[in-house]
Design a protein around this ligand. Sequence first.
Ligand code: ASP
Length: 332
Amino acid sequence: MKKILLLGTGGTIASEMSPDGLTPELGPQQLLRYVPAVSQLCEVDCLSLFSIDSTNITPAHWQEITRVLRDRYDDYDGFVISHGTDTMAYTAAALSYMVQGAQKPIILTGAQKPINYDSTDSKLNLLDAFTCACSNIIHGVCIVFSGRVILGTRARKTCSKSFAAFSSINYPELANLHDGRLMCYIEPEHRPVPRFYDKLDTQVGLVKMIPGTDFELLDFLLQRKDALVVECFGVGGLPSYDDDRLFETVRRYTEEGKFLVMTTQVQNEGSDLSVYEVGHRLKSNRRVLEAYDMTTEAALAKIMWILGQTKDAEEVARRFYTPVAHDILYRG
Ligand code: ASP
């Protein structure tokens, strides 16, 4: 029988109602009691890492999860991480860069309704997650939710209330689950030896353009951060307005060694800065990178991971455009 490690981190799946609203209370051992069928699939060890609403997740929690995965990697056939849904896509993206080339399944799951509710998605999601963690086909970091198996670099929470909360962005779902049967369409990248990375540069910000964005906002953020992810409009570009001050701000801070990652606030199909003058003029700046078809979550986690390893502009660009776990397909 396979051996799986269940890591508990909190979230709705483990929550109970309190006078102030839902709050995580149940540990991973208690979650398992609601899904006895898991014991027919595998042997499970449980580890409660933390018990928080995933709203409170920080990069330090990603590092903690990575440390446990590294230390226990050889002891188990697969891993299930129960996690709040609100930041699960960020954690999945971060783990995809911090644990690369894993040949074992590292499955994140959670739920929109607590496990002790009559009507809940918790039990099915947890059982599906164990089915994937025991499979010989799925490997690496994935989210398993509402019967969908989604690559960690491609997941996004797209519904705040429905059970089908996660979508795979600009990439097909890897597999689906029906009545406990796994139907795998795509085999994720396979490498014999996993690589674990602990260092992240967390001085990375995210800003969304709005009509009339003030250059002072970019100035404020770039002064304090090593890199800024910018969610532009459409295929991408910076507003020039009458005074070009946004471009001027970017030029000044990138000359000082900061990085910009241009992405789009449009969920599907990605960016292409080369199309319009407002984007094209940034292409010659080697410290301005383009996310293309990556998710914002993946672009953010990838630049944190890269800047944790190097600040050399050429190496940063090389790593950014090198695919990791199928995070980027289109590169101009
Ligand atoms: N606020 C919760 C969390 O992210 C939502 C959930 O788990 O569905 O922890």
